[in-house]
Design a protein around this ligand. Sequence first.
Ligand code: IPE
Ligand code: MG
Length: 215
Amino acid sequence: MDGNGRWASKRGLPRHAGHAKGAEVFRRIATECKEMGVEYLTVYAFSTENNSRPEDEVKAIWGLLRKYLLESIEKMEKDGIRLKFLGDLDILPPEYLELVSKTNEISARVSGMQANVCFNYGGRDEIVRAVKRLGGAEVTEKSLSDAMDTAGIPDPDLLIRPGGEKRLSNFLLWQSAYAEMVFTDTLWPDFTKSDLVAAFKEYTERNRRFGGVKS
Ligand code: IPE
Ligand code: MG
């Protein structure tokens, strides 16, 4: 979900206003994905590297997470969207962890689309934590996949990066091996259903071979 800061700066607003708008857009896009039949939506909300940002910006993003958790606890069942967090959440204060475990409890009884929120997430960090989790057990693609934060979640078919940059920035490195990638200049806070539909259309025009030959 890239481009929040630039969106705010363009309007003469502080960066945190862009993050607040971005969080609203996430809620709207998640609902639209659900309505369009998406089963899993994974968003990159805060990376391990984002901790290097100024403290007030980091605090503002954490504050939005708290707000999002509180709203979700109220709305998840009605919305029919399950929440799962990916990333190293150990850095969060206990109050946050309680809210996360409450959303996990609710998620267990909600059926519908699963929204995965990557928070304090880094693809490399996830791989390192997965290897540690294996604790010396045999390393295979299957055992490592099962030790990832994304255990049990299918690999992404489509990866959309808004905001104009053409890189992964440490997002789902392991899982994106064969993801189709769509890059758009739209800043995340300006992202609408028509950007989503355009990305889906581009996806349908791709020829996925997974290293094989076209059948
Ligand atoms: C994405 O927007 C949100 C986070 C990384 C938390 P940015 O904050 O990266 O916005 P730009 O790229 O500076 O515009
Ligand atoms: Mg950015």
